[in-house]
Design a protein around this ligand. Structure first.
Ligand code: DQA
Length: 142
């Protein structure tokens, strides 16, 4: 079984992007961590990053048609703006888990609304890279 791990805008800069908020691990570090974890769970990871909203929508559809077991998505700032990602999550049968490194609900008020969260099965936020790890454990239990 494959789990899609989708990452949105600016997450390609992890490691150097506001490390006091997002930590020093790069997206490649997180991918390596998740692949090792997935192997122990008998799962495969398909991890991707895009700065483009429509590409993320396309990948959610792709996960659906590929029969993915789950989608973990850190939608970055699109979390707080994108009804298209919300609708995509509602349009597919694959369960969606929302992931954030930081805890958006304890930051600026413009981060308090999450459109993807309203369509997600669960949210893991505020644990740095471990948010992904926790979400993968939850997805594995489905
Ligand atoms: C983020 C939180 C978002 O508010 C922000 O726009 C990001 C990263 C996180 O992982 O903490 O780009 O999704």
């Amino acid at each position: 079984p494959v789990i899609f791990v989708l990452n949105g805008p600016n997450l390609n800069l992890l490691g150097t992007r506001e490390p006091h908020i997002y930590g020093h691990q790069t997206l490649a570090d997180i991918e390596a961590m998740l692949k090792a974890q997935a192997a122990t769970l008998g799962l495969a990871i398909d991890m991707r990053q895009s700065n483009h909203e429509g590409t993320l929508v396309d990948w959610m559809h792709e996960a659906h048609f590929a029969g993915a077991k789950a989608i973990l998505i850190n939608a970055g700032a699109y979390t707080h703006t994108s009804i298209a990602l919300h609708d995509a999550a509602k349009s597919i049968s694959v369960p969606v888990f929302e992931v954030h490194l930081s805890d958006p609900k304890s930051r600026e008020t413009f981060r308090h609304i999450s459109y993807i969260g309203m369509a997600a099965k669960a949210c893991f936020a505020g644990h740095g890279a471990d948010s992904y790890r926790l979400a993968l454990d939850a997805a594995a239990k489905l």
